[in-house]
Each structure stands twice: as C-alpha cells, then as structure tokens.
Design a protein. Sequence first.
Lengths: 265, 264
Amino acid sequence: MNCKQERWLRNEEVSSEVPHSSLPVRRIAELVSRLVIRAGVKDPKPVAIGAFFLVLAASTLLFVFGFENWLFVIVVSALLVVSSVLGLSVSRIAEDLRKRFLYDEWLDMYLKRIGGMVLYTVIGYQSWFYFDGSVYFILGICIGYMLSYSFLTRTLKKSVFLSEIKKDGYETHGINPRRSQERAGKQHGAISAAAHGGRVAKFLGRVLFGVKISMDVWYLLTVVFILLRRTDIVLIFLSALFVVRSFAVTIYTVREIKVNEIGVN
Amino acid sequence: MRRIPIALTTGFKGDSESYYDQLISRYISPFFTLCAKAMGVINPNVLTFVSFFLLLLSCAMVLYRAAFAGVFYRIVIALLIQLSFIIDCSDGQLARITGRTSKLGAWLDRLLDRVGEFAIFAVSGILAWWQTGRILFIFLGLVTGYGLTAFSLAMAVSDSCIVGEIAKFREIEKEKTKEEPAKGNDSQKEKKNLTLVISRVFFFLNFGIGERYLYLSFFILLNRLDIMLFMTSFLVVLRIVSISHHLKNKLKKADESLRRFNEL
C-alpha cells in the first residue's frame, strides 16, 4: 500500500457526521459546542456518553409508557432532541477543545449505533401495539440493524485493509520512490475510476452519499413523528430508505474493495 | 500433496479461533474443502454464499413450523446449522489451497457471518416466544443478535479509527525501536495486572462462532431455546463489556503514542 492509497483511506473519513452535514446542522453544532465549552466541559467524552444515556432514557420511557400518555411523549421527544443536538456537536466540541482522540472518536461512533439500535427497536415494539401490526416491530428491528449494517460494511472494509497497511510496513515509501510513484499513479487512476467512472458506480455513489445524513438528524425526524403519534410513517419511510441505502453501500463497497485489491496486488 | 494439510490447518483467526474450532471443526472442514475442490469449485466466495444460504434456510425452517415440529425436523435444522458453520470454515481453506485469498473474500466472510448470526438468533427469539408465550425471549434474541453485531462493530470501528492515523503510527514504531523500554511504576503495574485479568476473562468468554452454533443446534434439538437465549444474551453482554474495556486500553495507548509523537 502506498501513500496515495493510504491518503485515500485516510480521507475516507470514518466519523463523517459533521464534515458531511448540511449547513444548518453545522451551525447547530457550532452553537452547542460554544455553549457546552462555556458551561465548563473540558472533554468531549461525557457529552457523547450523556447523549447515549439520554437515548437510553428516552427508549426506556417509551418502552414502559408507550404513546398513550401525552406527557411522556413530550418528555421522550425532548430527551431525543437534546440527545441529537449533543450528538451532532461531539465532533465539533472535540475539535474546539483540540481533544480529537481516537478513543473519543470510537466511543462516539459506537455509542450512537447502539443507541440507534435500541431506540428504533423500542419504537417498533410500541408501534406494534399502537397500530396493531407486528410488521412495525419487524420494521423497527430492520432499521435498528441496518443502522449498524451500513456502518459495519464500511468499517469492515477498512479493517480488512488495515492488516495490509501494517504488513506492508514502512519500506514502501522510500526504497524506490520512482516505482512507488508509478504504482501510486496507477492505483489513483483505478480508485478514481471506481469513484467517478461507470454509470452504476456513479448512480450508487449518489444514492449512497445522497442519503448519508447524520444519525442525529434521523432522530430529529423521528421526534416529529413521535409527537404526531404517527411512528408508522417514520418506520415505513426509514426502513425503505435504509434498505436502498444498505444495498447501495454493499455494492459500492464491493466495487471499492475490488479496485483497491487490484491496486495492492 | 504436502502443501494441502499446511494450508488447511492454518489461518483460523479472530472470531472463529475457539475451542470448538481447534478440537472439532478443524478436522471436519478439510473434508468439505477437498470435496469442493474435487467438484470444481475454485471460487471460495461461492462457499461463503452457500454457507450463508444454508443458515438462512435453517432460519426459514425454524420460522415455518419448528415450534410444534417433531424430533426429525429439529435434527434437520440442527444439522443444517452445523453444515453451514463447517462450510463457512472451508471457504478460507479453499482460498488458501487454490491461492485465491482476497480482501473481498475476507470482507464478505465476516459480513455475512454477522448478518447470518443476527438472523438466526432473532429467529430463535421468535421461536422461544411462540413456545413460551413470553415476549421477553424476542428481546433476548435481539440482545444476542445485536450484541454480536455490536461486538464486531466495536472492533471494526477501532480499526477504522487507527487507519486514519496509520501514517503517524509508522513514525511512532520507528521511534519506539530507538527508545529503550520504559520501566513502569507500581500503579502502572497494577493497571497491567487488571488488564491481564480482564483479558483472561475475555478469553474465557470468547465463545466463538462455532460454540454459538453448537449451543444453538443443541438447544434446538432439546426444544429449549429459552434456556439458550438467557445464557447467550448474558454472555454476549459480558463479552461486549470486556471488549469495550480492551479497546479502551488499546485506543488510549494509541492516543498516548500519538501525543508523544506530536510532542517530538
């Protein structure tokens, strides 16, 4: 693996929550980050853990009280909104505090997925009784699982290449710079071909990145439907969207791995 | 001929490296590998897909009528699960003996393992719910299924985080070779001991994919998936806690190395 390929892997940012977010989301993140730092928080970890526990609390309340009681519906929504806003700001807080550590990054990404799994499963479970259809529970489980599936697909790809990077070691850069440059050129071409060439790849790329919205934004959307007590709509919409997304992610990742494998070999 | 046994007995890594693999499946799967090769299957990904579809077939059979089925039906399901696992072991071996190891194959193998596992444990939860009438078992099935996915996710995310910093790590490794190994003080030693104990507990709890499928087949035969779900969900939760602790230490160490590197 050479420097071009390595750079490509590095640029493929794992925590693409904030960098890929829309302008209003970035504005919210900036604002919350400023507020949180002014409140005396000196570490992004408690914010990520706090956001996770708020999701757990909201899920527990939803599990116990369901959608019948207005008061609890409002409390659950409020908890989810606070959690989303905090979740959106974790990366920004880490940047502002200049404490962007690997452990914090891992914790943030990991807890978000677990929280998502729990929340959508509970929403599905309550919708089963509220709308009298077990299909909603299955949809909730599907959404919960597919939240992790898309992420697992992407991260496993990097995990597979990590061994290659480690094995390749230090030498590739310096021993024969000219040969290394030639290889880099070829690989870069191949990667670009995957990223930009071919109708299927282009289409899948658009589908994949078109629906690449931060998980916290999904929470906010879900809150609106929880308040309206129409979680059936959000479950159908999100499950359809995530099926398409998972499909696109899988095919796109297979293409990427194939191209990179040619590069490595 | 000498090459084949070596290629067949190496390469059991990660999740599948468990007692069941070491003692049993390692000696059975070569038979399937050689059969596949004799039948002209040279693409190991075909075996990965066959294994996955066998697991999905067993899921479908469980959902169809396993709740009230006889012993013969349950034996078929248990055998299908075991066959799926053995074929899953064979794909890597076939890749090695035919020289067709690939990153795509490694990725596909891990991904389909996780999806299949989630499906079979979720379905087991549903079956236990039908049998007992308690919805708790659906949640226990989900805890096991989600938990196993979360476990893989934790490790994959950790690797992903490290990929981002890999260039710096190389520099650190270079610096490390120059440095003498530092002697730790008492508190550091205590921490190391604690980590060692936790990693041993983790090893004990590391019931690999083979063991999981073995429990599953066994309890399907007994028609007592409720007992299995209590056990597996508990073990999965413990496993997640221990891997989280392990990764926390690993990533903190990486952070510390990066900090030192930035200070240089």
